[in-house]
Ligand binder design. Structure first.
Ligand code: SAM
Length: 441
């Protein structure tokens, strides 16, 4: 099945990943199943319970990405037959945690809507950015501001091969595979015409983590494009299959998110000890980035890079923060309607506005108490004191311009060290150049 990360199509598919978008900062990643094996196959498939209600997967499968999905009332017989106290306890737990994820855990077996505030969600196609924000964290992860810059500096583009270590929670894995994806294998094309497909070779020495990344790669339709190897790269390097006699990944770009990246650099050479091959693509320069939280780590890495012949070594720190810029809306009127955006420019004007607001509020209440239309009263008031529409209000009258940086600012993520290892240049290459550009002699 094509990966929804790479070719999402226009609708959500059974057995594919979808994101259930609850709020701007909260989505639930879920594999859509038309058959609920845990509960012996209810018609509605699995059910996702959230604070906004219950969503059987049958209401999500084949729906266009971006659809708004209204919560369903779901009752599944025996599974729903819990004592009232147990149901209430479970509902309280769910309300406190906000969501349940997947049918694998106990919570999702409660198939009734769990909150009085049942509502809707949006069905969103997965992207690396959204996955980074919703993935199950097993380690620290690389976030979008860092990986977008890193992939740009690594010249990651369709057809490239990226080496990544360690895989951790797979955040960088998903971003890098999208950058290098160059279409699915075309086995019908004659070999010389086949394009280089693009690949991510990912290494992780923590066995359970390597296993989880492999599982996710499979579930996300990335088999064959991402190859996960359980490996200590300090000891055993980057060849595929066997560490000594294995295949070269032929990498153009390398990203090391490891505690001691300098220990892995000895394997990233053009001329390894006899009997083994280089993991680097001989036909292109190798672009390298290491990600280290401490300056001491960056220094040791830079020193080893120099000894091993890496060039153009630079260090960068990405300080990303959002700045919220808005006009402070002083003097909202009583009904939030007339002059709502007008900021008073003097104390007299503020007092006059307050009196006018009080007067309007009083007149609205009187109209309501006397059974007259509030809307008619508004029209009468507007005739007495015509309102300024926002377009008539000069920009300085829309409020004071203020800016605020986001809360919980985490400026420092890591020091990024970049370097380039040029390709080997042989007499044969020189000869080819002479033939191609004779005038350049
Ligand atoms: N870049 C990952 C992401 O975006 O999700 C996070 C990587 S995490 C910070 C570092 C990972 O490196 C850990 O999972 C750790 O197990 C792995 N690791 C540490 N030493 C290693 C080694 N010698 N070989 C392979 N992996 C290693």
């Amino acid at each position: 099945m094509p990966s929804p990360f790479l070719t999402p199509g226009s609708t959500a598919q059974a057995d594919g990943l979808a994101l259930l978008h609850l709020r701007r900062d909260q989505s639930i990643p879920t594999i859509l199943r038309s058959y609920d094996d845990e509960n012996q196959g209810y018609d509605e498939g699995r059910v996702e319970n959230t604070r906004f209600g219950s969503f059987p997967h049958s209401t999500l499968i084949n729906k266009p990405w971006g659809s708004q999905i209204i919560a369903s009332v779901v009752d599944t017989g025996s599974r729903g037959r819990k004592s009232d106290a147990a149901k209430k306890r479970k509902a309280d737990e769910l309300d406190a945690s906000g969501t349940t994820t997947g049918a694998d855990d106990e919570k999702s077996s409660l198939k009734k809507p769990v909150s009085a505030s049942s509502g809707f969600i949006h069905l969103i196609a997965p992207t690396p950015e959204a996955w980074t924000l919703s993935l199950p964290h097993r380690t620290q992860v690389v976030y979008t501001p860092d990986y977008s810059y890193i992939l740009h500096r690594l010249r990651a583009r369709p057809g490239n091969t990226v080496i990544e270590a360690g895989a951790g929670s797979g955040s960088f894995t998903h971003a890098s595979v999208r950058a290098v994806f160059n279409g699915y294998p075309d086995s019908t094309a004659p070999a010389p015409k086949r394009r280089r497909l693009g690949k991510v070779c990912s290494y992780e020495f923590h066995e359970p983590r390597a296993g989880r990344v492999k599982e996710e790669v499979s579930q996300h339709g990335l088999d064959g494009i991402v190859e996960v190897t359980h490996r200590d790269v300090y000891e055993d390097g980057f060849l595929l299959d066997d560490p000594k006699t294995g295949r070269s990944p032929n990498a153009n770009a390398i990203f090391l998110d490891l505690p001691a990246p300098w220990l892995a650099l000895k394997h990233l050479v053009r001329n390894p000890p006899s009997g083994t091959v280089s993991p680097l693509d001989p036909s292109s320069p190798a672009y390298l980035c290491t990600f280290s939280p401490c300056l001491e780590q960056a220094e040791r890495t830079i020193s080893t890079m120099r000894q091993l012949g890496w060039l153009s070594i630079t260090m960068v720190e990405v300080n990303h923060h959002m700045i919220d810029v808005k006009r402070e809306r002083i003097g909202l009127d009583a009904q939030g309607v007339r002059g709502a955006l007008v900021a008073p420019r003097s104390v007299d004007e503020a007092v006059a506005k307050m009196r006018s607001d009080e007067n309007r509020t009083r007149r609205f209440r009187e109209a309501e108490a006397e059974g007259r239309s509030v809307e008619d009263e508004r029209k009468t008031l507007d005739k007495e004191q015509p309102a300024q529409t926002p377009s008539e209000i000069p920009s300085y009258g829309l409020g004071r311009l203020v800016h605020r940086t986001e809360d919980n600012l985490k400026t420092h993520t890591s020091y990024l060290v970049f370097a380039i290892l040029p390709r080997e240049w042989s007499e044969e290459d020189e000869q080819k150049c002479r033939e191609k550009w004779p005038s350049a002699q």
